[in-house]
Design a protein around this ligand. Structure first.
Ligand code: ZN
Length: 144
């Protein structure tokens, strides 16, 4: 059986699509997309925030946009997988130890150095909105 030739103008069966109809998108791709397209940062700043080189950021972002396009256009569901690049920074408030944990591993229980539970997250990458302020009323009966 000859290998089926792939048509150039149709995007067929890309490997990331799982049988469940989900597209695997990694946390670093999500973060690249968020920084560049949601927050509107330039690639230089976004790469610095993620602690990676700009070419690496560019590569991740390009892949992320392709997957985002597949999600929007084809209606696939994103399946978020671990990121290779994003780390969370923690600092122990008792001994001053700083350490990193990869995303997706949950909050650490204690400082790896002194076992204190008195530590905090150092990076502030999340930028979650405060909620509220969304929507501008019903649009009817505008008042002056
Ligand atoms: Zn400590």
């Amino acid at each position: 059986m000859p290998r089926r030739k792939r048509r150039r103008w149709v995007f067929l069966d890309p490997p990331e699509i799982l049988e469940s109809g989900e597209v695997e998108i990694s946390l670093d791709e999500m973060e690249a997309l968020r920084l560049a397209d949601v927050e509107g940062l330039n690639q230089h700043d976004a790469a610095r925030i993620m602690g990676i080189s700009q070419p690496t950021f560019h590569r991740i972002l390009r892949e992320a946009r392709r997957k985002a396009g597949m999600i929007v256009i084809h209606g696939f569901k994103p399946k978020i997988t671990g990121g290779e690049h994003i780390m969370r920074m923690f600092r122990c408030l008792d001994c001053g130890n700083e350490w990193e944990e990869p995303f997706g591993t949950g909050r650490p229980n204690n400082c790896p150095k002194c076992n204190s539970q008195n530590f905090c997250r150092m990076d502030s990458g999340k930028g979650m909105g405060r909620g509220g302020g969304r929507g501008r009323g019903k649009g009817m009966g505008r008042r002056w």
